[in-house]
Design a protein around this ligand. Sequence first.
Ligand code: CAA
Length: 287
Amino acid sequence: MRLEDVQRIAVLGAGNMGHGIAEVAALAGYDVALRDIEEEFVRDGYDQIEWSLGKLAEKDRIDEEAAEAALDRVETFVDLADSLADADVVIEVVPERMDIKKDVYGQVVEHAPEEAVFVTNTSSLSITELSEVTDRPERFCGMHFFNPPVRMDLVEVISGKHTSEDTLELIEGLAEEMDKTPVRVRKDSPGFIVNRVLVPLMNEAAWIVESGDATIETVDSTTKYDMGLPMGSFELADQVGIDVGYHVLEYMHEVLGEAYRPCPLLVEKVENEELGRKTGAGFYDYE
Ligand code: CAA
């Protein structure tokens, strides 16, 4: 597959990251098949894209015509086989669990065009392990976007053990077509680069509050205003999804050791399904 041959991109998973990545691809001029397992999920994802494009136009980041054209390029699907028809690149953006991702790619290989290149937006999991459930581990790599994809410039392009140089160059080129800056990550290790740094920071912020040393508001205002981060740690956890950070930590804890044990405050939020903006409540309320 050459970069100039890529026309249609299947995005599997219409959640927070999935719909954002679909939007970025559509804005770059690609035809997008957005797929999720239920009509309601895929409809929500589509509505979010519409909202986001409207917001970008309102803020003069794009013009109205570009917003309309991008929305027109997005088709929604529930049937997996239909969503994969004619796909040149498949971007998997399903929940951050190896068993779910393996299951999805196990089905994708049955329906995807032979030439299609596969990528995963995993935040932390092993690219090599996931590539090995497919019939094309050399045409498989990580393509990790950041939340919200339409506003964040960086994309980590992660090589698995079997990934070919051609595949990495293709995906780096695709990221550039999407107006992103790709950074190649050669080592397929938990959390790659950004989350290896960022997620322990969120965890440490939670431990400070858990131990009673400071409030959520104090930690956030200090990290935001005094340290110059664009968002406070808890605000960012709510934006990313507390469950996403938690799953990354769980995996880092399992593979890298005790330093990455998730703070009980995060565990509690996940158990109560207070996951941040997407559920209307997390560390802050959004209703
Ligand atoms: N689409 C369109 N508009 C959006 C949007 C989206 N997806 N998300 C937010 N906006 C809008 C907001 O609604 C707001 O508009 P209103 O003022 O009308 O409400 C506007 O954008 C805010 O944008 P500004 O440029 O005015 O504000 P800002 O300078 O604070 O920028 C930001 C916003 C770019 C999100 C910035 O806060 C930021 O960079 N935050 C940090 C995000 C970050 O670090 N993300 C990475 C997380 S880690 C991750 O994702 C990896 C993982 O695997 C866990």
